[in-house]
Design a protein around this ligand. Sequence first.
Ligand SMILES: NC(=O)c1ccc[n+]([C@@H]2O[C@H](COP(=O)([O-])OP(=O)(O)OC[C@H]3O[C@@H](n4cnc5c(N)ncnc54)[C@H](OP(=O)(O)O)[C@@H]3O)[C@@H](O)[C@H]2O)c1
Length: 250
Amino acid sequence: MIGIVTGASSGIGAEFCRALDSKGLECIWLIARRADRLEEISQSLHTPCRVITADLSTPEGIRTVTRAVEDEHPDISFLINCAGFGRFGKTWEVPSEDTSSMISVNVSALVEITRACIPFMRGGSSIIEVCSASAYMPLPELNVYSATKAFVRSFCEALRIELKGTGISVLEVSPGWVETDFIQLSVSGERVPEKVFKHTVTREAVVAQAMDNLRKGRRRSVCGSYNRLQVFVCRHLPSIAMRVWNASLR
Ligand SMILES: NC(=O)c1ccc[n+]([C@@H]2O[C@H](COP(=O)([O-])OP(=O)(O)OC[C@H]3O[C@@H](n4cnc5c(N)ncnc54)[C@H](OP(=O)(O)O)[C@@H]3O)[C@@H](O)[C@H]2O)c1
């Protein structure tokens, strides 16, 4: 039995690797671009690891992962799709290559890797798709990012129904702001007010809560009471949520 984690080189993905370390797996596949960081994580775990260096913004990078799964027929206990990134800025100001990479990593890679893994999963195994609280509301200045996460949210909902009766669970993990490199990388030169990043939680809290919710058979994991309230408001009072977001940008 193995675990597969994309975005394993830092932040939430690296924390998920630590959470899988106690699951008695034969191997954890660690996937991202930075081989040195993946090696470091691999050395820190007790479980044997396989480092797969792949740029998931490219079709070749995605194929590196899907081909490894299809050729080797591993018995997959956990699939955790965590690779992803965002970019602040108005839709037409974000460089087009960043926009298409965002769609590839956040959406195409997640879908392709999930579809490649499902035939090699059985009852009791789990798919964790790392989504975002931004999936619950269109976000001006993070438009494409929030749209990719709205896709992931929708994908999880329907996949869960498709997998009914197989014993394979699907957990959507939708954090608000988390203390990782993500925030710095997403700002990338834009002037974003500090107050946007209020109510930041730790990666440890996000992953501990996700693993707890997985055990309880929940469909969604949102870490922190402020973020749970935010998701609730976005779902039921979207115009208020939009006003709060727009005010925070000013
Ligand atoms: N931090 C937040 O505030 C926050 C909030 C909500 C949701 N999330 C979601 O959480 C997930 C993890 O983000 P994080 O917060 O842990 O940020 P992070 O520390 O920046 O981690 C992002 C991970 O994605 C990988 N990645 C990015 N681009 C890639 C590419 N082209 N090919 C392969 N791997 C790539 C990175 O690896 P390499 O750079 O080594 O390739 C890294 O391992 C993302 O899906 C993000 O959307 C984060």
